[in-house]
Design a binder for this molecule. Structure first.
Ligand SMILES: Cc1ncc(COP(=O)(O)O)c(C=O)c1O
Length: 427
């Protein structure tokens, strides 16, 4: 009852009760840039929601369970108790947990066909090369790239952005050219452009956020001019249209949560990290339109990225090999392929719907309740402090004030504990 009353107050009066938790929390401080990591309910649900190609079977006779409930068994790390409670993991914006199918794919590679890729004609090498290239195809299909050669495997999204900055940026940007970045970008999508701007004399311009904490598109449109050579933006719906400059989309926080279609977005470049999408660490990818990748010089020099090597110069391989110098993260890419199978089997639209409906609404309510309870608790503490200071002379008044604060205190405690119980039950 108590919880219901508190819920009602908050549902009625709290304006942000159904705000989109997918939205990145950004620093409001104007000269501090970049993402503040926030494990939103949305990212929470992906870890709980994503299921493997061996998606746990749900007993149809039982009560319908949420996607999170149904797929929780697929994550071995969640089968443990921490401090006497079942483990609930919320830090998916930083990195997601891995389902069994991904762990098996890694184990299978090392146990049965560990070998280098593109370097041998023996059985193991051929098998590893096939699986590695199959993973590239899976990424291409997942984001609807028109060809798998538009996918370059990198160490992570950060390296993918640096690849574009050093390869495309240094050879295409000149003094006075402009790069537009939103202030909400992750540091990895800001710092490389600062370095490139310093080297080329290009100018870095920042788009602010609206009060809703989304990039101010009106300001962005005003900033666009013939001088604009690149816009760097995290993936927030299809808001850019055609801006006339190259667009780099940071899809780290969207690819694990929704259908991403690079052709529909008309993105020139798009980057993401495997470890945020139920895949292994140490691998990420860059999508680049083939005409852009073909015109870009190498990022790193070494084996695999060459066509012919002479003593005084070398010629380079076609993309994507041109940008994959040295032995790549073979196991990582294969694991990423398994993660994509895993997410695809559930369906990105289903994951997205689940995230924005039940879980996000529940969690925003939960967070609201915590905030309210926290506020009330502080009020109670302040009340006790004031009473101590004033040393109320009227014994009856003092009694009533004390009872009032004590009731408040109990309401808060009950509200918090019932919220926590509800929260735990929902996973
Ligand atoms: C939006 C966004 N972009 C880029 C990155 C960098 O990803 P990584 O550290 O995997 O390169 C992150 C990581 O938190 C991110 O959230």
């Amino acid at each position: 009852m108590v919880t219901t009353a508190v819920e009602w107050v908050f549902l009625k009066f709290h304006p942000s009760r159904f705000t989109n938790p997918n939205r990145p929390l950004t620093s409001r401080c104007s000269n501090r840039l970049g993402f503040r990591r926030f494990s939103s309910s949305a990212s929470l649900s992906v870890a709980a929601a994503a299921s493997s190609s061996t998606v746990s079977e749900v007993d149809p006779k039982r009560e319908p369970v949420s996607l999170g409930h149904a797929t929780r068994p697929d994550f071995p790390i969640l089968h443990q108790e921490v401090n006497g409670s079942k483990l609930i993991y919320l830090d998916n914006a930083a990195t997601s947990q891995k389902p069994t199918s991904v762990l098996k794919a890694l184990q299978n590679y090392y146990a049965t066909y560990n070998s280098n890729v593109h370097r041998g004609i023996h059985y193991l090498s051929a098998k590893a090369t096939n699986e590695y290239e199959l993973a590239r195809k899976k990424v291409a299909t997942f984001i609807n790239a028109s060809d798998s050669s538009e996918i370059v495997f990198t160490r992570n999204a950060t390296e993918a952005i640096n690849l574009v900055a050093y390869s495309w940026g240094l050879s295409n940007l000149n003094a006075e050219d402009e790069i537009i970045v939103t202030i909400a970008e992750h540091h990895s999508a800001i710092v490389p452009w600062q370095i490139v701007a310093q080297k080329t004399g290009a100018i870095l311009k920042f788009v602010n956020l609206t009060p809703d904490e989304v990039p101010d598109t009106a300001q962005l449109k005003e900033m666009l001019s013939r001088k604009t050579k690149l816009v760097v933006i995290h993936h927030v719906s299809n808001m850019l249209g055609s801006v006339g400059a190259k667009v780099l989309v940071d899809a780290c926080q969207s690819v694990p949560h929704m259908v991403v279609d690079v052709q529909n977005l008309n993105a020139d470049f798009l980057v993401a990290s495997s470890h945020k999408m139920c895949g292994p660490t140490g691998v990420g990818f860059l999508y680049g339109k083939s005409e852009l990748l073909s015109a870009m010089p190498p990022f790193l020099g070494g084996g695999e990225m060459i066509s012919d090597v002479y003593l005084d110069h070398s010629t380079y391989a076609e993309p994507p090999s041109r940008f994959e110098a040295g032995t790549p993260a073979i196991a990582g890419a294969i694991g990423l392929g398994a993660a994509i199978d895993y997410l695809s089997e559930i369906g990105m639209q289903r994951i997205h719907d689940y995230e924005v409906s039940a879980v996000s609404q529940y969690l925003s309510l939960f967070l609201d309740q915590i905030l309210l309870s926290d506020f009330l608790l502080k009020l109670v503490c302040k009340g006790f402090m004031i009473m101590r200071l004033v040393q109320c002379p009227n014994i009856f008044l003092c009694f009533w004030i004390k009872s009032f604060f004590l009731t408040f205190f109990l309401v808060c405690r009950m509200s918090i504990s019932s919220s926590v119980k509800l929260f735990k039950m929902s996973f």
